[in-house]
Design a binder for this molecule. Structure first.
Ligand SMILES: CC(C)(COP(=O)(O)OP(=O)(O)OC[C@H]1O[C@@H](n2cnc3c(N)ncnc32)[C@H](O)[C@@H]1OP(=O)(O)O)[C@@H](O)C(=O)NCCC(=O)NCCS
Ligand SMILES: [Zn+2]
Length: 271
């Protein structure tokens, strides 16, 4: 990161040049360090997004908390539990008027016209099911914005694994975590939710990028200092689902010490 400050106005211009338009619905994954020095920190980026998207636009971010009691995590409290995914998602969930979904490990937060609709009734037992913010965003022509990061953090590709019917999504990311998340209710009691599917390892997700580019659904540019991509979410999902149906092991990594992929590979091999 250089010390040259990046203004709200220049960020807005970069976002427009990348193809972000008024009224868009975005799902954003980011590295703030890559974007560069922002005078007001993440607020500068939030304000630039609001400028570009206008009153009809919306942006959402992952605010995952991994609230699995099996890994020693406290029960999820939507208003309190910090996200484990960096500075920008934290700033978004705390932004005035932001909404945050109720899933105890894989919540999303959103700001803007469709924020409430995107985040309401997030299925507590299925992080990336039909009733998840990301699935809704894909259905309405939303777009994935990768700011200084690549498809290895593109959570919607986990949604493709689910929609493609990959049997391995029923195995926890790490068996030692167990299958339950936990959330704290407003009365202080705790409720556990048995998860039906689990987002897993994403180390190989970048393998899909050539397919996305060949389909003409990726726009590339720079936002601040960050190499960035804007991807059409619905089309991306269809492409990823088709690839996975043809090659179910495609996205499982080959690392022996991955907490997730060896068991998933064994499950596919046993079928
Ligand atoms: C892990 C990850 C968040 C790390 O990126 P990062 O840029 O180092 O971290 P953040 O985005 O949290 O930004 C914090 C950094 O911004 C920098 N920063 C501090 N003040 C800043 C400012 N005013 N302006 C800009 N950057 C600033 C600092 O370097 C800070 O790092 P530090 O606290 O270690 O010094 C990123 O690589 C990533 O993976 N992002 C996507 C996560 C995601 O969506 N995952 C989905 C999983 S399914
Ligand atoms: Zn792996």
């Amino acid at each position: 990161m250089t010390d040259v400050a990046i203004s709200r106005e220049s960020l807005a211009a970069d976002l427009r040049r990348l193809g972000v338009s008024e009224g868009d619905t975005l799902y954003i994954h980011s590295s703030l360090k890559r974007v560069g020095w922002l005078p007001d920190g993440p607020a500068t980026l939030i304000e630039a997004l609001l400028d570009v998207l206008g009153p009809e636009g919306t942006f959402a971010v992952p605010t995952h908390t991994l609230s699995f009691p099996g890994r020693g995590a406290a029960p999820y409290r939507p208003d309190e539990t910090p996200s484990v995914l960096g500075t920008f998602p934290e700033a978004v969930r705390r932004w005035p008027g932001a909404c945050r979904s109720g899933h105890a490990s894989h919540s999303s937060a959103a700001v803007g016209a469709k924020a409430a609709w995107l985040t309401e009734n997030h299925d507590s037992t299925h992080a990336l099911g039909e009733n998840s913010p990301l699935a809704r965003l894909c259905r309405i022509g939303g777009r994935i914005l990768l700011l200084g990061v690549d498809n290895r953090v593109n959570t919607a590709i986990h949604l493709a694994e689910s929609l493609a019917g990959m049997p391995y999504v029923r195995l926890p990311y790490d068996a030692s975590w167990g299958p339950d998340t936990a959330a704290e209710l407003p009365d202080g009691s705790t409720v556990r939710f048995r998860q039906r599917e689990f987002p897993g390892c994403s180390e190989r997700f970048e393998l899909l990028e050539p397919d996305f580019e060949a389909a003409g659904i990726v726009r590339k540019g720079v936002v601040g200092n960050a190499p960035s991509r804007l991807i059409e979410a619905g089309e991306m999902l269809q492409i990823a689902v088709a690839r996975l149906r043809a090659e179910p092991g495609l996205l499982l990594c080959g690392e022996a010490d991955c907490p997730c992929c060896p068991a998933r590979r064994a499950l596919l091999a046993a079928r």
